[in-house]
Design a protein around this ligand. Structure first.
Ligand SMILES: [Zn+2]
Ligand SMILES: [Zn+2]
Ligand SMILES: [Zn+2]
Length: 318
């Protein structure tokens, strides 16, 4: 851009602006100073001033009325603040919102996907307020969870319920299922009649480190890894692990064995039961949590089940 006597020699908010000749009134300058700026000159029209930000030194164009009567903000300081917030979260502010909304920007999220986000939400996320979910990653996760169960994620559910998605079964039948039920394989196909209760399942033993003490969870699922991750509010705190699982031919049998094991433990070693108050702040479950000391004992019960013991038979395992 040429330096002329009609244009400022430096960009103002990214553009080379026309000089407007005229006095700078003392009350404008006083107002600007009080609000963190110095008036550098006049530009574009008699209604505009060029301000220099006292914080970052950058020039910015503002209306006289804004300087005089309102609280002018420095767009360069705001941009820096947003860039820093994004960086603190592992994201990058790429530029303004492609849809032109003032409160939104285009961000590269920590996962590498690019999406529009409200600036304020990025700043709250950086301050630890909440997470910035990624729609693409979420969809990929739901698709993978469905695939693990022999279903394919098609998209939005036909029914109007945010918890549901539409899936296609291996047999070709389409059906609405809740995301949570699909994750755990708790889904019966209305097309071919395949029922989760007839599909192979597992009895599992999980370990979680509660802040006060470690605990053990006994349960059934066709996917103990998923179950272990899903049951934790904050995996960084509880650091769940699958200690062991044993295969059971059907979900139906798994329910029966699991229930019988719980009754057996409750009758034999009731003091191993952990009261819900101790684990409810950390785990999404309401019962079936045992003291860590139960681990070896339950593992022995698993061995007995594998060897053919039926925990509902009433006979002792060893
Ligand atoms: Zn500034
Ligand atoms: Zn993503
Ligand atoms: Zn089917």
């Amino acid at each position: 851009m040429p330096i002329t006597n009609t244009t400022y020699a430096f960009p103002i908010d990214g553009e080379f602006r026309r000089i407007h000749r005229g006095p700078i009134l003392a009350n404008w300058q006083k107002a600007a100073h009080a609000k963190g700026f110095t008036i550098v000159g006049r530009a574009v029209s008699h209604e505009h001033l060029v301000l220099g930000c006292k914080t970052c030194g950058s020039p910015t164009l503002k209306r006289v009325s804004v300087v005089r009567d309102h609280n002018p903000e420095c767009p360069h300081c705001i941009r820096t603040r947003r860039e820093n917030a994004a960086a603190g979260y592992g994201a990058t502010l790429l530029g303004p919102d492609p849809k032109g909304k003032r409160h939104y920007g285009l961000y590269e999220l920590p996962c590498g996907h690019t999406d529009r986000r409200q600036h304020k939400r990025v700043e709250t996320a950086a301050a630890g307020g909440h997470k910035l979910g990624c729609g693409v990653c979420l969809k990929a996760r739901h698709a993978a969870e469905a695939e693990a169960q022999g279903w394919q994620l098609i998209g939005k559910a036909e029914r109007k319920d945010v918890g549901y998605r539409r899936y296609e079964h291996e047999c070709g039948h389409l059906q609405d299922v809740t995301i949570a039920n699909m994750r755990h394989g708790d889904v019966d196909c209305a097309g071919c009649g395949e029922s989760w209760t007839c599909k192979p399942s597992k009895i599992y033993l999980l370990r979680f480190n509660l802040p006060e003490f470690p605990v053990t969870k006994l349960g059934y699922s066709n996917n103990p890894e998923f179950r272990m991750r899903q049951v934790q509010y904050d995996p960084l705190v509880t650091q769940g692990a699958v200690i062991r699982d044993i295969p059971v031919p059907t979900g139906h049998q798994a329910v029966r064995i699991e229930k019988a094991l719980h009754s057996f433990i409750a009758a034999s070693w009731p003091d191993l039961l952990v009261p819900p108050d101790n684990f409810e702040p950390h785990l999404r479950t309401i019962s079936e949590i045992y003291d860590r000391r139960a681990e070896a004992f339950v593992s022995d019960l698993f061995d007995a089940v594998v060897a053919g013991w039926d925990p509902s038979s009433g006979t002792p395992p060893f």
